[in-house]
Design a protein around this ligand. Structure first.
Ligand SMILES: Cc1cc2nc3c(=O)[nH]c(=O)nc-3n(C[C@H](O)[C@H](O)[C@H](O)COP(=O)(O)O)c2cc1C
Length: 179
């Protein structure tokens, strides 16, 4: 089953959904809204709306979150563990308040790896942060994500590889064909 179409540049137009958690100030969602404005076929799925969603019709899944306690939100990690289909193309988007750290993506990358999913790209930037005592000083990164950072997310999405990987089709636990 081929879900994607070939666009004018000969690039596969991958059927894409982005699962996300963005509850602090909606910083991450600002990046996603800009991506959807340019790519209206992209489906946004708020992981707090439903616990189980069939994502098999998508060729590519974005996983997006603010950083909470040094990690992607637990809600988005749990959602990915439950719903991310094996052998799917994945990309990551996140916003953070303090200094960017590679460790922020460690657990979510492991979730993807355990499901044989390739992580095609990662995009991140600062987001407005009023967590804990930061509220007393009016928060940090009040202007973030900036318009440039939002445009950067749109460019990042456009530059993701467009090919589709071969996905084994399973029936009764056995691989019967490749899509
Ligand atoms: C409970 C909580 C914990 C946070 N922990 C971190 C953290 O460990 N590191 C960091 O850089 N930012 C941290 N932040 C800041 C958020 O990552 C940042 O504001 C992010 O842009 C929020 O994204 P959102 O508005 O899409 O939810 C935390 C914010 C909250 C509310």
């Amino acid at each position: 089953m081929l879900n994607c179409l070939i666009d004018k540049r000969g690039k596969y137009n991958m059927k894409t959904a982005i699962i996300y958690y963005s509850k602090h100030h909606g910083n991450t969602k600002k990046l996603l809204d800009a991506i959807v404005e340019k790519n209206p076929d992209v489906k946004l799925i708020d992981v707090t709306d439903k616990h189980e969603v069939n994502l098999c019709k998508y060729d590519r899944i974005g996983i997006a979150s603010g950083i909470y306690y040094g990690n992607f939100a637990k809600q988005v990690i749990t959602f990915a563990k439950v719903n991310l289909p094996e052998f799917t193309k994945v990309f990551l988007i996140y916003t953070y308040g303090a200094n960017n750290k590679e460790s922020f993506t460690k657990e979510i990358k492991k979730v993807a790896r355990d499901l044989y999913c390739d992580v095609d790209g990662v995009y991140s930037c600062n987001g407005f942060d009023t967590f804990g005592p930061l509220r007393l000083i009016g928060g940090i990164h009040r202007e973030n994500p900036t318009q440039d950072e939002i445009n950067g997310a749109v460019d990042f999405y456009a530059a993701l590889p467009g090919e589709k990987i071969r996905r084994p089709l399973r029936q009764g636990g056995k691989i019967v064909a490749e899509a």
